[in-house]
Design a protein around this ligand. Structure first.
Ligand SMILES: Nc1ncnc2c1ncn2[C@@H]1O[C@H](COP(=O)(O)OP(=O)(O)OP(=O)(O)O)[C@@H](O)[C@H]1O
Length: 366
């Protein structure tokens, strides 16, 4: 049920644009901790776009945290804020113990960032790409070589170290990008859609590599993805919509919170069946018509199936198929955002015009 969608829009549209409120300090001991984090941009006609809108988030050290949201929800902007690549409009955040506002250089040294688009030089070799990164981080020659050998081995790319990057497969390039971001041993690794465009085998390899990294070095992973099967394997998930965190928890807890199973019945007459089933279930259980038959959400759905079949057969309607399935992460996503993660999304609506005396920043976005 898209119960919170209208509410989200309303809250976005009435966002405060005045001076930042006082926020309690970020929680100690977390890899990532934010309080009231805001990033606003000027929109068209004097409006303000709240790309990130009062984010309160705690990610534990060593955790794999999936950050899900529709297009334009604010995921990349959040990563830019947390990596001290963009300055928050309001609020506070610490990453690996450093404050993004007052210690941006320290934050940047403590994080690795895998951007959506490749940052490798295709004409240089694997080793040369790593060497440039090592120099940027001020590593000495011998230490840099040691680290390069280590990350290449973990990435399974040791024997390709003299190959030009353009000769690598898409999956190998992604593994190399991750290896490069691990070169300076960051405490927190941000990965913006690390497997987009890869085939299932390469995706699985990347995840194996990431889980291995986490197990060996205790790295904290903050991952955005559109693949729900990948989010399913993360310790916790946060769902962001219109710049706000609308849900967070383990995949299991998020699904359990939705509660009801989806019951689908395919019958000889779905139009009549919809009416009859509608009368047999509680009034707050809408019955919808889908391509698979009629569909509704019920607690403990499988226990309802015999009753519903009996009611339908009592009216001379044959039931060809009946199923009850527990909520999926797509159901969770739909419940909190009002749309499927696979549905294309129109761009964010700007909010009300900026009142005099308030500002929204521009130009330093991701
Ligand atoms: N520099 C900028 N100036 C103005 N608006 C911006 C800027 N950067 C981002 N935005 C707006 O902020 C909102 C959030 O954008 P962001 O890129 O963070 O979303 P996202 O969740 O990463 O989307 P996607 O999944 O498509 O990558 C969008 O409406 C976007 O248009």
């Amino acid at each position: 049920m898209p119960t919170r969608r209208a509410d989200n829009l309303a809250r976005t549209a009435t966002a405060p644009t005045g001076p930042p409120a006082a926020h309690p300090p970020p929680g100690p001991g977390y890899a990532i901790s934010t309080r009231g984090l805001v990033k606003s941009y000027p929109g068209p006609d004097g409006t303000v776009i709240h790309a990130v809108h009062g984010l309160d988030l705690d990610v534990r050290r060593g955790e794999t945290f999936a950050f899900l949201g529709p297009n334009g929800a604010g995921k990349s902007t959040t990563i830019a804020l947390l990596c001290a690549l963009a300055r928050p409009t309001a609020g506070r955040a610490t990453v690996a113990g450093a404050d993004v506002l007052t210690q941006p250089h320290q934050v940047r040294r403590q994080v690795g960032i895998l951007f959506q688009h490749s940052a490798l030089d295709p004409d240089l070799t694997v080793a040369q790409n790593l060497h440039i990164h090592a120099r940027l981080y001020g590593m000495s020659g011998r230490y840099a070589r040691q680290r390069a050998m280590s990350v290449l081995e973990t990435a399974g790319l040791t024997d390709r170290r003299r190959s030009p990057v353009r000769t690598l497969s898409g999956g190998m390039r992604r593994r190399l990008e991750i290896a490069r971001q691990l070169l300076h041993s960051p405490g927190v690794l941000f990965l913006d859609e690390p497997t987009t465009g890869l085939d299932p085998h390469a995706r699985a390899q990347i995840w194996e590599h990431l889980h291995d990294q986490r197990a060996r070095h205790g790295s904290t992973l903050f991952v955005t993805t559109h693949y729900l099967d990948e989010a399913e394997n993360c310790g916790r998930i946060g769902i962001i919509d219109h710049g706000r965190l609308v849900a967070q928890g383990s995949p299991h807890a998020l699904k359990a919170a939705i509660g009801d199973d989806r019951v689908v019945l395919r019958t000889s007459d779905d139009t009549a069946a919809r009416r009859i089933v509608g009368r047999a279930v509680p009034p707050d259980c809408p019955v919808t018509a889908t391509v698979d038959g009629i569909s509704l959400r019920l607690p403990d759905g499988s226990s309802w199936i015999p009753r519903l079949c009996a009611a339908l057969e009592g009216h001379g309607i044959a039931v060809h198929a009946a199923s009850a399935t527990p909520p999926t992460l797509d159901d969770v996503f739909f419940h909190h955002t009002g749309r499927s993660i696979h549905t294309p999304h129109t761009d964010r609506r700007p909010t009300a015009p900026t009142p005099p005396g308030t500002t929204a920043e521009s130009g330093d976005g991701p």
